[in-house]
Design a protein around this ligand. Structure first.
Ligand SMILES: *[C@@H]1O[C@H](CO)[C@@H](O)[C@H](O)[C@H]1NC(C)=O
Ligand SMILES: *[C@@H]1O[C@H](CO)[C@@H](O)[C@H](O)[C@H]1NC(C)=O
Ligand SMILES: *[C@@H]1O[C@H](CO)[C@@H](O)[C@H](O)[C@H]1NC(C)=O
Length: 605
């Protein structure tokens, strides 16, 4: 970037910060109600969904952060509707994203584990979003929308062989896919020793040791004439020991090849992927998708790799924030949001496009190294990524913009869910919400337009894997938002609000506390969940617990057993499921060479 261009960008950013702070500072003022009374369902706008990875609600300017610069996201909020109680259906990627795409609690599609695996562990596993689940992309595709996904997927690739792509985005309603089928993780950038790599390494070292012992015993026995073995088993055992030892040594690069790669539609294009160019490759893909499809309604889901560790950030943004690498990465993502919004503007599509921005769940408190925080900030909310019930893991930014239809600068504090995007965009696109299954999301349009005073969610359930940890009741006549915790993770150190020294707090077993009577909070008075209520401090204590228990029972009656995609063999690596650009095990290619530097002709910086 030329120095002048950079200065301009900086100036523009600051200008936008100033303007958006004005917008964010006037929460309750409804500036326009252009859309009120208008029936926009079935009006088929373009739909642009922007989803951040692991971004905390406290990392965004218009959600109260005064040191991180997110002028583009703030501008989106100033021009649209900002949700302050927007909730993920799970606090980890795979289940939360499954719920987002299907409008259903992940327990219904089986996109949860029961033994601590929590997310899909490899690109080459059999688990993934079942083929009979219906995403909003599939419905809109059927309505004539051009549907595209750029970025992270993390919902599986294949079922039985590496080419069947049964869980692939193209099999779930997307016409076009470009991105990372798996997920960012520390291993991709040889960051630190990941838990996955450490566990594998330990196992391989144990195998190596056992095999070496076997080889030595046999050799010694043979030498001493104790047992009559031939040299073959001795050599086999020695070779196995060497192989395990070598594998454990080269595990890092092998994991990078196995999981950190790019795909364009059904083909692997870059393995391992080059993170230095991925941001510009994704932007280029957005430009070209929008350019190709501007004449017809489109749905474009941009699923950022930001702000997940290892926080790969281009040079232009390194050192740009006062919050270290994490802040730099947030600011780069915000810049990308700006570039994408500018694309809409340039193509004359801004007024005809519903834009949505959210994060898949809260920031990771446990992502720390050498005293530095590499995870997101969840503001005043307790807990973070990996925790089901505590607000910090599930309360995320949520912004909708549709100029001329949605009132600008409106703030909605009613409970809403990422699952609500499903029925909302399906109806806007003229589609029908499936009737053969339970859909947990609710059409948000009346709430966004201001024609309905309340969210349709009276109750929301908060699961950790298959375990119900908490439930929320929005008691409308009282204006209370009750939160009942049945199970909470045991923090360490005590009171830390996190499980430091691990990847995330557990959902069950010795690491959780069960509460009987459950813990009760009123989020409308105590959003930080600092003061548990008692029958003495809350006269309605018992009635509230009883009402919520009743709702939980009702909910349980709507569940039916399904195979869990994140348990057992479905979440174990299999060589025959490994996506590769060459014949396995030759997984190495770069078909993007030089592509990352291309920019659209009229990109003005
Ligand atoms: C802003 O975000 C940074 C980075 O996550 C965080 O460290 C800081 O505490 C936040 N500031 C506020 C006021 O929330
Ligand atoms: C887009 O909508 C806004 C708000 O209604 C309006 O002021 C503006 O003129 C519209 N722009 C175009 C290009 O139609
Ligand atoms: C999908 O198929 C599985 C396995 O047959 C079944 O358990 C599940 O209920 C089906 N889901 C839907 C939404 O039909």
């Amino acid at each position: 970037m030329a120095p002048l261009g950079r200065a301009c960008l900086l100036f523009r950013s600051w200008l936008a910060v100033g303007l958006s702070m004005l917008g964010c500072g006037l929460p309750a003022v409804v500036l326009t109600v252009a859309g009120a009374g208008k029936d926009v369902s079935g009006s088929r706008p373009n739909i642009l969904l922007l989803l951040a990875d692991d971004l905390g609600i406290g990392d965004i300017g218009c959600y109260g952060n005064d040191t991180i610069r997110t002028p583009n996201i703030d501008r989106l909020a100033a021009d649209g509707v900002r949700l302050t109680q927007h909730l993920a259906a799970a606090s980890l990627c795979t289940p939360s994203r499954a719920a987002f795409l299907t409008g259903r609690y992940p327990l219904r599609s089986g996109m949860v584990s029961s033994h601590g695996n929590r997310v899909l562990q490899w690109a080459g596993v059999a688990g993934g979003l079942p083929t009979n689940e219906t995403t909003f992309a599939k419905i809109l595709q059927g309505q004539g929308y051009a549907t595209g996904l750029v970025g992270k997927w993390h919902l599986g690739v294949s079922c039985e062989s590496s080419g069947d792509h049964c869980h692939h985005p193209l099999n779930h309603g997307f016409d076009h896919y470009y991105g990372m089928p798996f997920t960012m993780m520390g291993d991709c950038a040889q960051w630190a020793l990941s838990e996955k790599r450490a566990a594998l390494q330990r196992r391989l070292n144990v195998y190596a040791l056992c095999m070496a012992l076997v080889a030595l015993t046999l050799a010694a026995g043979k030498y001493a004439g104790l047992f009559p073995v031939s040299w073959a088993p001795v050599l086999c055992a020695a070779a196995a020991a060497l192989l395990c030892f070598a594998l454990s040594h080269f595990l890092g690069p092998l994991i990078v090849l196995a999981d950190c790669f790019l795909m364009r539609n059904h083909g692997v294009t870059e393995q391992p992927m080059n993170f230095g160019t991925s941001a510009s490759l994704f932007l280029r893909e957005v430009w070209s998708f929008v350019g190709r499809n501007k004449q017809r309604p489109f749905l474009l889901f941009v699923s950022f790799l930001h702000t997940h560790i290892p926080l790969v950030t281009t040079e232009d943004f390194l050192g740009s924030s006062v919050h270290g690498l994490y802040g730099d990465n947030v600011q780069e993502m915000d810049w990308m949001v700006g570039q994408i919004l500018d694309t809409l503007e340039r193509e004359g599509l801004a007024n005809n496009t519903l834009v949505y921005f959210a994060s898949d769940h809260g920031g990771s408190l446990e992502s720390q190294q050498g005293g530095h925080q590499y995870g997101g900030w969840n503001g005043i909310y307790k807990g973070g990524k990996g925790m089901a019930g505590w607000e910090g893991g599930i309360r995320v930014p949520g912004i909708f913009r549709w100029p001329g239809v949605l009132p600008a600068g409106r703030v909605v504090s009613e409970p809403t869910s990422l699952m609500d995007v499903f029925p909302t965009v399906v109806r806007l696109g003229g589609g029908e919400v499936p009737r053969d299954r339970v859909i947990d999301g609710r059409d948000l349009l009346p709430l966004l337009l201001g024609t309905a005073p309340h969210s349709e969610h009276e109750f929301l359930l908060h699961y950790c894997e298959t375990f119900l940890h908490a439930a929320r009741w929005h008691q409308r006549d009282r204006g209370a938002v009750w939160k009942v915790h049945y199970v909470t993770p045991i923090f360490h150190p005590e009171g830390a609000g996190a499980c430091y020294g691990t990847l995330a707090c557990p959902c069950s077993g010795q690491g959780v506390a069960r509460h009987d009577p459950p813990l009760l909070f009123d989020l409308s008075r105590d959003p930080s969940e600092a003061h548990a209520l008692t029958p003495d401090t809350e006269p309605a204590f018992h009635q509230v617990l009883e009402r919520v228990a009743w709702a939980v029972e009702d909910h349980r009656r709507t569940l039916s057993p399904v195979a869990l995609q994140l348990d057992g063999y479905r979440n174990r690596w299999s060589a025959w499921l490994q996506p590769c650009c060459g014949p396995f095990p030759l997984c190495w290619c770069d078909r993007e060479k030089g592509g990352g530097r291309q920019t659209p002709p009229d990109r003005d910086l």
